[in-house]
Every structure is written in structure tokens, then in C-alpha cells.
Write a protein that binds this ligand. Structure first.
Ligand code: ATP
Ligand code: SF4
Ligand code: MG
Length: 341
């Protein structure tokens, strides 16, 4: 199966200036990611690892510094004109804070009708109204007639996030990018919103990107898990393989510092006290960016960034890790020798 949306070697750097010194923040470096129809891909990482940045680039809210995006196999062009409008209709994003993304003065109906009027074919008032109601039912906000008339302050956080989802679905996208969609919601309603997203992915065939700092929720909810550290993807593969047999030392640390899902509930949110400091991305560590924190670091790790090495998988998705521990022996020796010269 071919990916719907793909990032190839995408980097996103931000110019910054501190204490008179010019620099650049390596928010995302060389990230390759593919999203498939009917499949949920999780990107997991701690705060500041570049998760929202890659989502914003995929949503084309900002351009990549280098690398390319492909939609349905075609490289995407400049962000203007008909093709760009079409892209925005195919790829939709929902954000962490459902309070900030809805306008308090407008009704739910107004929020959802807007994209219908802007993107869709011409429709009568009655047709728009009927579609708004259908969308509200699809996100389980019923009775739909009642919810259509409400304003954001009359809704709970979970209901607001459902309105954001309905609004994103209004243009019939193929891809939905969800940036920490439940992290600001009460623990008790997170599962309901995630189940809705899962239904949209698995039953309705959307390609779904689920961004989270909580690897436990990624394991239960996603098909594929990609682990991000300091602007780079460090491990990826089938959700079960990555979370049950993590190959990268950072993934292991992430799993060890997540709350015990059996004891505290899957969606309690990770506590990261054992993770330590995330690196400064305006001056990222050389070689493997994880080397200053890695208990297994070798001399080569400081010198050379590890490429992706296959660590298993069979049918379906490959399981890989960007870590020298998984290099075939001769390649590891070669790298060590080069480093010794
Ligand atoms: P969180 O879990 O806190 O949402 P994140 O993984 O989404 O974090 P990003 O928001 O993508 O991380 O940020 C990655 C890095 O890029 C951070 O170091 C951040 O400070 C930096 N960054 C993000 N946006 C900008 C910007 N507009 N200008 C400069 N630096 C930025
Ligand atoms: Fe640790 Fe080296 Fe692997 Fe990086 S490449 S995770 S430093 S062992
Ligand atoms: Mg973020």
C-alpha cells in the first residue's frame, strides 16, 4: 500500500538570536515519515523534541527548511494557488487546546459550516445545516440540533475537541494530524476522544497522525510508533514491537519512566522525572544526539550520527532503530576505525 502523505528527510530550523549571537534551532532534522490510509501512526517524544514542528510542516502551516513532502506520491509544490487549496482540503490538523481553537462568540454550527462553505461545492442553507448535523452525529455530539446552537463556553473540553474534529472532517480530508489531542482534557474523558479518533482512522479510512508524549497511549491506540528525540526520529515500527521490544536506549528510558499502565490507567499521562534534561537544540550534541544521556554510549556515538538499522519485523512494517548498537558488526568496526584515525 502506498502512503497518502509522506515527509522525506524533512528538516525545520528556526533562526534565533541570543545575546547578540546568531544561531539556529534544529527543531526537526532529517525526519522521514509515511502516513497510510486506515492506519494510525504515533509520534512519541518528550517536550521540545520537535513533534509539533513536524506536524505544522505536514499541515503546511510552515515550510520545511529542507526535504520534501509528497501527497499521493506527488511532490507538493509552492504553497499557493489551486494545488495548495486542494492540499489544505486533504490534510487537516487538530490542536492540543480546544479552548484556544474555537471562537467564543460563534455557535458550534457557525464553526462547522464555515469550512463547508469555503471548500465544498455550492450548497443551500438547508444542505449546509443538514451536513453540520451529520458531522455532529459522527463525532457523537447528540442531540445534534441542540449542540449546533451552543457556544464554546457551554461545552466541556472533550465536547470542544469533538467540535474541532467535526470541523476538520467537514472538508472530507484524507489525513488528520492530531497534535496531543487529549493531553489538556480530563483524564476521565480522554479515552472517549481517542476512541473516536481510532474509529475515524480504522473504520473511516483516514490516515491519522497521533502526536503524544505518552508512549503508553501510543501503544494501545496506534498501529505504528515512531519515537522522536531532540528533533530526530530514533526508532520506529509496529506499535507492539517498539513498545514490547524497544531497540533504542532512549525508547527504553521512555517506557521505564512512563506510568505503569496496569496500575494507574493508560491515560494518566507520563511522568518524566527519570528522563533528565532535553538537549538545547540550538547547539545539539554531536553524533548520536542521545549520547550525553545514554548509559550504553561508545566512542563512535559522539562522532557519528547513527543511520537507521533494521532490528526485525517481518511482514508489514519494518522495525528500525538509529543506534550504533544495532549496526551489523563489520559496519560498527568500520565506524570505530574511522573514528580512531
Ligand atoms: P511539546 O511536547 O512541549 O509540545 P514539541 O515536541 O511539540 O514539544 P516543538 O514545539 O516542535 O516541540 O519544538 C521543538 C523545538 O523547536 C523546541 O526547542 C522549541 O523551543 C523550538 N521552536 C519551536 N518553534 C519555534 C519558533 N517559532 N522559533 C524558535 N524556536 C522554536
Ligand atoms: Fe546510545 Fe550510541 Fe545508541 Fe546513541 S548510538 S543510543 S549513544 S548506544
Ligand atoms: Mg508540541
Amino acid at each position: 500500500d502506498d502512503p497518502v502523505l509522506e515527509a522525506r528527510d524533512v528538516s525545520r530550523h528556526y533562526p534565533v538570536r541570543h545575546v547578540g549571537r546568531r544561531g539556529v534551532v534544529h527543531a526537526v532534522d532529517d525526519v522521514s515519515l509515511a502516513l497510510f490510509r486506515g492506519r494510525i501512526t504515533a509520534v512519541v517524544g518528550e517536550s521540545g523534541s520537535g513533534k509539533s514542528t513536524i506536524a505544522r510542516v505536514l499541515a503546511r502551516l510552515e515550510p520545511p527548511t529542507s526535504g520534501e513532502l509528497r501527497l499521493d506520491g506527488e511532490p507538493v509544490g509552492k504553497p499557493r494557488g489551486q494545488a495548495f487549496r486542494k492540499y489544505l482540503g486533504q490534510v487537516q490538523m487538530i490542536f492540543q487546546d480546544p479552548f484556544a481553537s474555537l471562537n467564543p462568540i460563534h455557535t458550534v454550527e457557525h464553526h462547522i459550516a464555515r469550512p463547508l462553505k469555503l471548500h465544498g461545492p455550492p450548497r443551500s442553507k438547508a444542505e449546509v445545516h443538514a451536513e453540520v448535523l451529520a458531522l455532529l452525529e459522527r463525532v457523537s455530539l447528540t442531540p445534534a440540533e441542540q449542540f449546533a446552537r451552543k457556544r464554546p463556553h457551554e461545552l466541556s473540553g472533550g465536547q470542544r475537541q469533538r467540535v474541532s474534529i467535526a470541523r476538520a472532517l467537514a472538508v472530507r480530508p484524507e489525513v488528520l494530524l492530531a497534535d496531543e489531542p487529549v493531553s489538556m482534557l480530563d483524564v476521565s474523558i480522554r479515552l472517549g476522544v481517542l476512541n473516536l479518533l481510532q474509529r475515524l482512522g480504522h473504520d473511516d479510512g483516514l490516515a491519522l497522525l497521533y502526536i503524544t508524549h505518552d508512549i503508553a497511549s501510543a501503544r494501545y491506540f496506534a498501529d505504528s510508533v515512531q519515537v522522536m528525540y531532540a528533533g530526530r526520529l530514533v526508532e520506529g515500527g509496529p506499535a507492539e514491537a517498539v513498545t514490547q521490544e524497544p531497540a533504542h536506549p532512549y525508547t527504553r528510558l521512555l517506557i521505564d519512566s512512563a506510568p505503569d499502565p496496569d496500575r494507574r490507567g493508560v491515560l494518566d499521562g507520563g511522568r518524566a522525572e527519570r528522563l533528565g534534561e532535553a538537549p538545547d537544540l540550538s547547539d545539539p550534541p554531536s553524533g548520536c544526539r542521545f549520547h550525553p544521556r545514554c548509559p550504553l554510549a561508545m566512542p563512535v556515538c559522539e562522532e557519528k550520527a547513527p543511520p537507521k538499522f533494521s532490528v526485525g519485523g517481518g511482514a508489514g512494517e519494518e522495525h528500525w532503530a538509529a543506534c550504533w548498537l544495532h549496526a551489523p558488526e563489520e559496519q560498527q568496526e568500520q565506524a570505530q576505525e574511522q573514528e580512531a584515525q
